[in-house]
Each structure stands twice: as C-alpha cells, then as structure tokens.
Design a protein around this ligand. Structure first.
Ligand code: ZN
Length: 185
C-alpha cells in the first residue's frame, strides 16, 4: 500500500494481517505497529505514525468522529502469484462428503487412493450417517385422487386442507387458509 504525507508518497507492506472479507473497514492495530517499530502519537485531531529509529514521521491519520482515518492507496502487484506446490487439504470423510456435493464415501476413498484429486487427505475413520442424504432418499406415500367408496349423505365425509404460512400476509394479516370439501355434494 501507499501512504501520502505532505505531497510525499511512501510505499509499505503490512505483514501478519488477518483477512476479514466481511469487515467494511480495514483496521490497523497500534500495538502491532509499535512491535514493528512504528509508534502512534494521538492528539484530539489526528494520529501520527512515527518510526522510532530513526525518528521519522511516516503517516498521519485524520480523526473522523471516533476513528482515525489513514488515507492509503492499495498497491496491486502487476503479476499474479502462482502457487508452485500443492498444499494438502486434510479433512474428515464427513467434511469431504459435504464439500463434494454428498458423493459416496467409497468414491471419496477411491479418489484419495488413485490420487484422482491432488492434495486430498482423509483424516479419522468412517463418518456418521448424513441426514441430508437420508432425507433425499426418502419417499412419501401416494395420496389418491379419488376414494373407493363415496359418502351417502351431505357431511358424511368432509375433506379438509390447510395451506400456509404464506410469505405475504393478507391486508387483514392472515397467513393461512383452510378448505372444506363435502364428498357427497
Ligand atoms: Zn450427504
């Protein structure tokens, strides 16, 4: 990244950083900075980042409400970093099963044995039954569209069905409706 101070631009690199993609702001730890030999001097208006040896003002963060904002430009390398080695990924059979769209454990073991996937390691032994897979294999009983015998009088047999909750409630605030169908009439 580049910092700007009194018309001067400095290029520096932050090391030992934590990547938090969901964080809306980038935060600098003043204690980490002092471990690196850069002290922070706070005033009510700004915070100065000062190199300890030799004493040298590096950057100035201007106060914005309760934060001191450091104006930096992210300096992107021109070329992409290409990984040269293949780091191995260790996970349990259960986790591989989830990662690989619920494929069978035999297939996972085969992939590891035949090195079909590079850098894949299974740790621990057998997995527990996967509830998602069990649900996927379940079938429900058929609901017949007609009954074998019919009612012989009004209200002899009434079919009822409840529907809801609906995503959008009615103006009156209702989210369900129920139907009653008389078999005879
Ligand atoms: Zn599964």
């Amino acid at each position: 990244m580049k910092t700007h101070l009194a018309g001067q631009t400095r290029v520096g690199t932050f090391k030992d950083v934590l990547h938090l993609p969901e964080l809306s702001e980038m935060l600098i730890s003043t204690t980490k900075m002092s471990d690196m030999g850069v002290n922070t001097i706070f005033t009510s208006q700004h915070a100065d980042l000062v190199e300890a040896h030799p004493r040298n003002l590096l950057a100035c963060a201007i106060r914005d409400h309760n934060l001191y904002r450091l104006r930096v430009t992210i300096h992107k390398p021109e070329g992409a970093h290409i990984a040269r080695n293949h780091p191995t990924s260790k996970a349990t059979l259960e986790l591989w099963h989830h990662r690989l769209s619920h494929i069978s454990e035999d297939t996972i073991q085969k992939m590891v044995k035949t090195e079909a996937a590079v850098g894949m390691t299974v740790v621990g032994d057998g997995s527990r039954d996967c509830s998602a897979c069990q649900k996927g294999k379940q079938t429900r009983n058929i609901i017949l569209h007609s009954t074998e015998e019919r009612a012989t009088e009004v209200l002899g047999r009434v079919f009822s069905d409840l529907c809801g909750p609906m995503e959008t409630p009615t103006i009156e605030g209702y989210q369900y409706f129920v139907t009653f169908t008389d078999d005879y009439s």
